[in-house]
Design a protein around this ligand. Structure first.
Ligand code: XMP
Length: 338
């Protein structure tokens, strides 16, 4: 039985004891785990914590601003915001292979992080938002049980060159416990209940070569998609159509999906606008329902919602004249397109 107030007090006490008067560095990604770890550490040690937020330019629309707003302005956490967009774009130029892109993003991320972390004086600890399932997963990887289908990059493998000790205050918690903790620590609901977002970000959602122009386009399409999902609730009509259960009526489609995002396809197709012919890019929408992300079903979204999404994206995002919906399950497809 898990009691929140007791847990927070205990953890705060334990962190203070462990850290003493030394300084702690944490890589903030905007994701749930690192955010909750930051909020917990901030509560425990305040200004002895410095977060490094590496913005690779492949985040969602407004995400960097939201992270800075929440942590720096609202909670008063020390956050170093590094806008490394140009470095990442430069390194990614001309690269089309998905795994090569992941490796470049991961490597650059570590380099930028280390550069910034190296500037922080008196630092002894590196905090990470490792949660219990990560602990299990990496134990599996060590014994060779877990097969790497994609080289998932998290902020792992950092401490060696920095000579820091690892601090992992969430390592006994499951995801739902981490979320409850985040709410109890005062983090915004939207941040705590956000769909998972891969470390390489939009880098693996722009198929083939990553370009700034594509990232900007994709961000806008993705934002329309997720905003519509957040603003559309399952209705009794959806129940009649077999898309939702009675109990789900009133929930948003964002809540009723496990992950939903737009994908940029570097393919042009012909369209017609007014009395002219267009020749522009395609955006694919992907929404899945899953318990564990190992297998997943494509989400049966209401047709009206899909129609509205297509209209809005084509009307509002210049450079797109066609929207398609991904109806592939996992397996055989993966959730991400790369
Ligand atoms: P796939 O595409 O393998 O995705 O079905 C399963 C889950 O993992 C996420 N994912 C990643 N997360 N780095 C990450 O941190 C990655 O390189 C990566 N690739 C996939 C994906 O978003 C989904 O939640």
């Amino acid at each position: 039985d898990w009691a929140m107030p007791g847990f927070i007090e205990e953890q705060v006490e334990a962190i203070r004891k462990q850290v003493g008067d030394k300084h702690v560095i944490l890589g903030l990604s905007g994701g749930v785990d690192s955010s909750v770890a930051a909020a917990l550490l901030h509560k425990a040690i305040g200004k002895q914590l410095t977060c490094v937020f590496v913005d690779h330019g492949l985040l969602r629309l407004g995400e960097a601003e939201q992270v800075m707003e929440t942590f720096a302005r609202h909670l008063g956490v020390n956050v170093i915001h590094v806008d490394a967009t140009q470095d990442f774009m430069g390194k990614l130029a001309g690269v089309t292979d998905p795994e090569a892109k992941r490796k470049i993003i991961g490597k650059e991320f570590v380099e930028v992080f280390q550069r910034e972390a190296g500037k922080i004086e008196n630092a002894r600890w590196l905090a990470q938002g490792t949660i219990y399932p990560d602990v299990i997963e990496s134990a599996g990887a060590k014994t060779g049980k877990a097969k790497t289908i994609k080289s998932h990059h998290n902020v792992g493998g950092l401490p060696e060159t920095l000579n820091l000790k690892l601090l992992e205050p969430l390592r006994d918690l499951f995801k739902d416990e981490v979320r409850k903790l985040g709410i109890a620590l005062g983090l915004p609901h939207d941040m705590v209940y956000r769909h998972p977002f891969p470390g390489p970000g939009l880098g693996v959602r722009i198929l083939g070569e990553v370009k700034q122009e594509f990232a900007d386009l994709l961000r806008r399409a993705d934002h329309i998609f997720t905003s519509e999902l957040r603003n559309t609730r399952a209705s009794v009509q959806d129940v009649a159509a077999g898309l939702a259960t009675q109990e789900q009526v009133g929930n948003t489609w964002y809540e009723l999906t496990s992950q939903a995002f737009a994908v940029f396809l570097p393919v042009k197709s012909v369209g017609v606008m007014g009395d002219g012919r267009t020749y522009e890019y395609v955006v694919a929408l992907r929404a899945v329902q899953t318990q564990d992300f190992m297998t997943a079903h494509w989400a049966h979204l209401p047709h009206e919602l899909l129609g509205r999404l297509s209209n809005r994206i084509i009307n509002e995002v210049r450079g797109v004249n066609r929207v398609v919906y991904d109806i592939s399950g996992k397996p055989p497809a993966t959730i991400e397109w790369e």
